[in-house]
Design a protein around this ligand. Structure first.
Ligand code: PGA
Length: 251
């Protein structure tokens, strides 16, 4: 069965002090036997130090973004292999903030997905529709386009080493969460897309839900059959709240 994954996306938040308090709180309350995988994704400059703080705890670390390229004259970019060397196991690709604010296209996202896997790390591919797209009944179309963009480039076999996060853009940081049924419907759609190409991979791939998840709504979302964890923004910045979400995950 799939082990749940609860991932904290810190976004552009943190400081050395705040990070060490947050990690301290996580280590104090974290139970290795809890049964779900826990991941924190700090901003780049803190990765090495967070890796040191987490060392041996069983809590994993990921990054929020990476370059499409392996190395070279790309001022300001960070290669996936470099993230691997700091101790990252996962890299988030295609977060809606990257797509919307920084203009990442489906094809950029697909290239990042491939770059992450080439560095032996696991991509967390984010997909999700805007409110206007949902209102226009385009949710299915958008999700299919975003997932197919990566399937076409990377092939279904690549999804044996990947996570997909469904994050409706209208639910991110807004306090509005998709209902468990709304989220489940999109998760089932995504799993079905993978199953149409490879049943076994569809059965093992972890599908996370993200968008205003907090301790108060986590249990209902995580109880849905195709929701295998969460990508948590705001609520991952408070140790106690984040651990309560982890405790709500299926073992
Ligand atoms: P949120 O963010 O939990 O603050 O809505 C989720 C995300 O952007 O990954």
């Amino acid at each position: 069965m799939r082990t749940s994954l609860i991932a904290g996306n810190w976004k552009m938040h943190g400081s050395r002090d705040a990070n060490s308090r947050l990690i301290g709180g996580l280590l104090d309350g974290y139970d290795v036997r809890g049964g779900c995988d826990i991941l924190v994704c700090p901003p780049f400059p803190y990765l090495a130090e967070v890796a040191r703080l987490l060392n041996g705890s069983g809590i994993l670390m990921g990054a929020q973004n990476c370059s499409t390229e392996e190395s070279g004259a790309y001022t300001g970019e960070v290669a996936a292999s470099m993230l691997g060397e700091t101790g990252c196991k996962y890299v988030i690709v295609g977060h809606s903030e990257r797509r919307e604010i920084f203009g990442e296209t489906d094809s950029t996202v697909a290239r990042k997905f491939v770059a992450v896997q080439q560095a032996q790390l696991e991509p967390i591919l984010c997909v999700g529709e805007t409110l206007a797209q949902r209102d226009a009944d385009e949710t299915r179309l958008v999700i299919e386009r975003q997932v197919n963009a990566v399937l076409d480039v990377a092939g279904v076999a690549a999804f044996a080493r990947a996570v997909i996060a469904y994050e409706p853009v209208w639910a991110i940081g807004t306090g509005k969460t998709a209902s468990p049924e709304q989220a489940q419907a999109v998760h089932a759609l995504i799993r079905g897309m993978i199953a149409a190409k490879d049943d076994k991979i569809a059965g093992s791939i972890r599908l996370l839900y993200g968008g205003s998840v907090k301790a108060a709504n986590a249990a209902q979302l995580l109880a849905m059959p195709d929701i295998d964890g969460g990508l948590i923004g705001g609520a991952s910045l408070q140790a106690e709240e984040f651990l309560r979400i982890c405790a709500a995950a299926k073992a």
